[in-house]
Design a protein around this ligand. Structure first.
Ligand code: SF4
Length: 299
């Protein structure tokens, strides 16, 4: 059993300042709010809402964000997250966006949000800020079910000027079923929301009922992809663990093949590793299992 019950991906080690994570060279993750409209039961950062915060789990100071981004020419993108970036303080966002506009090395900004799924009209409150950005703007919508691709949401996303992407966790009992996923992706593609990531469920404490093995998850995702066009099925079934972002690229018998798309140690980039297909996660490269409702490191 790892002792990181609420931080299994070791986010603690990504913090470079309060509310700022710099895990992969091109991206700075900014905790811009500590609120969400509804708290998801499967939240991998649920520690924020359960009095289990890490020391640096705080809203980032906008001046520090600007200073850090200016001093790191390797950055290409700033990802506002939280909590929910749509619930961030507007003045802080305005300041950061205006300053980021002056940085040539930054190409895009991203807003991670589920609030826009619950309440699409929040988009209009963000519009002025979005238009202030001279960078490419992406919205990463956290969608888990077909019914969340609502008419109101589609009215906004279908207009086409911005990039709406979706990342969804694969959750047993909620959406780990290829029929549900097919319906969800079909609805999304009709209104300009493109699947970006399907995330393997992070096994933090409390998430036991949602997690799948690599094999179960891969089979569901592959069955879903079989029905999709080449363009729509470019998304990656991935896990974001302590070593980096790995895509589950294949299963053969009891072996799972995983490829690094982002790596904490750059020499791992592009590498393919193998692990037990019946494991549910990797900690330091070692397989983790779920047994009798407990996360364990040995079978
Ligand atoms: S919206 Fe995201 S950050 Fe907020 S509770 Fe849900 S999963 Fe967690």
């Amino acid at each position: 059993m790892v002792d990181r019950e609420f931080d299994v991906a070791n986010e603690e080690s990504n913090y470079v300042g309060e509310g700022m994570q710099h895990k992969y060279e091109p991206t700075l993750v900014v905790i811009s709010s500590e609120e969400c409209l509804k708290i998801c039961e499967w939240c991998f950062r649920g520690r924020l809402f359960q009095d289990k915060r890490l020391e640096k789990d705080k809203i980032a100071d906008p001046k520090e964000v600007v200073k850090y981004a200016k001093n790191h020419p390797e950055l290409r993108s700033i990802l506002f997250t939280g909590g929910d970036s749509f619930l961030a303080d507007k003045e802080s966002l305005r300041y950061m966006i205006s300053e980021i506009n002056k940085m040539d090395h930054i190409i895009s900004i991203r807003f991670g949000t589920r609030a826009m799924v619950h309440q699409p009209e929040l988009y209009y409150e963000m519009k002025e800020l979005i238009e202030l950005s001279t960078k490419v703007v992406y919205f990463i919508l956290h969608i888990i079910k077909p019914e969340e691709v609502s008419k109101e949401l589609c009215e906004i996303t279908s207009k086409g000027k911005y990039f709406f992407l979706a990342q969804s966790p694969l959750l047993k009992t909620l959406n780990a079923d290829s029929k549900i996923l097919m319906e969800m992706y079909q609805k999304m593609s009709r209104c300009n929301i493109n699947p970006y990531y399907m995330f393997h469920c992070r096994p933090v404490e409390g998430n036991q009922k949602f997690v799948t093995t690599f094999k179960e998850g891969y089979e569901i995702v592959e069955a879903t992809k079989r029905t999709m066009s080449g363009i729509n099925k470019r998304f990656r079934y991935s896990l974001s663990c302590d070593m980096g972002k790995l895509e589950v690229v294949g299963i053969e018998g009891d072996k799972a093949y995983l490829r690094f798309h982002q790596a904490k140690d750059p020499k791992n980039l592009g590498k393919i590793i193998t692990t037990d297909a019946n494991a549910i996660w990797l900690v330091d490269g070692e397989p983790m299992y779920l047994k009798d409702g407990k996360y364990i490191m040995e079978k």
